[in-house]
Design a binder for this molecule. Structure first.
Ligand code: ZN
Length: 262
């Protein structure tokens, strides 16, 4: 199997506290060459930066998740901005809207989302988008930045029609564990029809563990199950999916010094 990029994993998560070092050291032998580690709040963004300083194959993103929009402040904004500039974040993320949990009021979510899109525009960085039960509003806001900000729809589980609208704005579509679930008919149908040059793969570790390891903690090495499932759906060799998705990740995040020893 060729080397892969896991385009979204939270290796800084506390679920990795007892064996993080081992998991990271074993990435290469599990054919994972690079990992993008997004932040979800100020603290996890800081941890993502720290990991990237320790390991040159981990790339950080910084941002505040919609769950934490409520606690967003000018101070946090400034710290995120400083990290993005000084510590070479490859994206602003993950950011977006979550109307499923509604952990923060929707108006606040939208305000914080827009503020971070403005930051991405200012710094010329891509964005990593989390959206749940909020596809319409997410599209409308991203559309306000059309031609100025692009990014990836992370752990996409919406319709093909909606994916096409996001792609028309220049966004990539990233699939995670749910595409491997037996009953996930819609996601499978969407994945089957996403063009190769718009496709990313990810784990969203430690969450959303793919089949056949559902129920266990997720790890970047399981990204291969996502690649294999998409290859089956598209009826193409898995190497095609891996090559396309890592090339797309490299282009979107403008990853420097990336090479693969296949
Ligand atoms: Zn995530």
């Amino acid at each position: 199997m060729k080397f892969m990029i896991d385009s979204h994993a939270h290796l800084d998560d506390e679920k990795f506290n007892y064996d993080r070092e081992n998991i990271i050291k074993e990435l290469k032998e599990n054919q994972v060459a690079y990992v993008i580690n997004p932040g979800a709040d100020l603290e996890s963004s800081k941890r993502a930066i720290e990991l990237s300083k320790e390991y040159d194959f981990i790339f950080p993103a910084v941002g505040v998740h919609p769950h934490d929009a409520q606690s967003f402040s000018e101070e946090i904004y400034n710290e995120i901005k400083n990290m993005a500039i000084k510590d070479k974040a490859v994206a602003i993320g993950e950011i977006g809207l979550d109307y499923y949990y509604d952990n923060s009021p929707r108006d606040k979510q939208k305000e914080v989302f827009k503020k971070q899109l403005e930051l991405a525009r200012e710094l010329n960085l891509p964005v990593i988008i989390h959206t749940r039960d909020a596809y319409g509003d997410t599209f409308d806001i991203l559309n306000e930045f059309k031609g100025e900000v692009i990014g990836v729809m992370h752990c996409y589980s919406g319709s093909l029609e909606m994916a096409e609208r996001y792609m028309s704005l220049g966004y990539y579509i990233s699939f995670a564990g749910p595409v491997t679930f037996k009953n996930a008919k819609n996601v499978k149908e969407t994945a089957e029809n996403i063009p190769m040059d718009r496709l990313l793969i990810e784990t969203d570790s430690p969450y959303l563990t793919p089949t056949p390891n559902r129920g266990k903690r997720n790890e970047p090495k399981y990204v291969k199950y996502v690649a294999e499932t998409i290859a089956e759906l598209k009826d193409v060799p898995v190497s095609d999916v891996i090559e396309a998705s890592r090339e797309n990740a490299r282009n979107l995040f403008k990853l420097e010094g990336v090479s693969f020893e296949d």
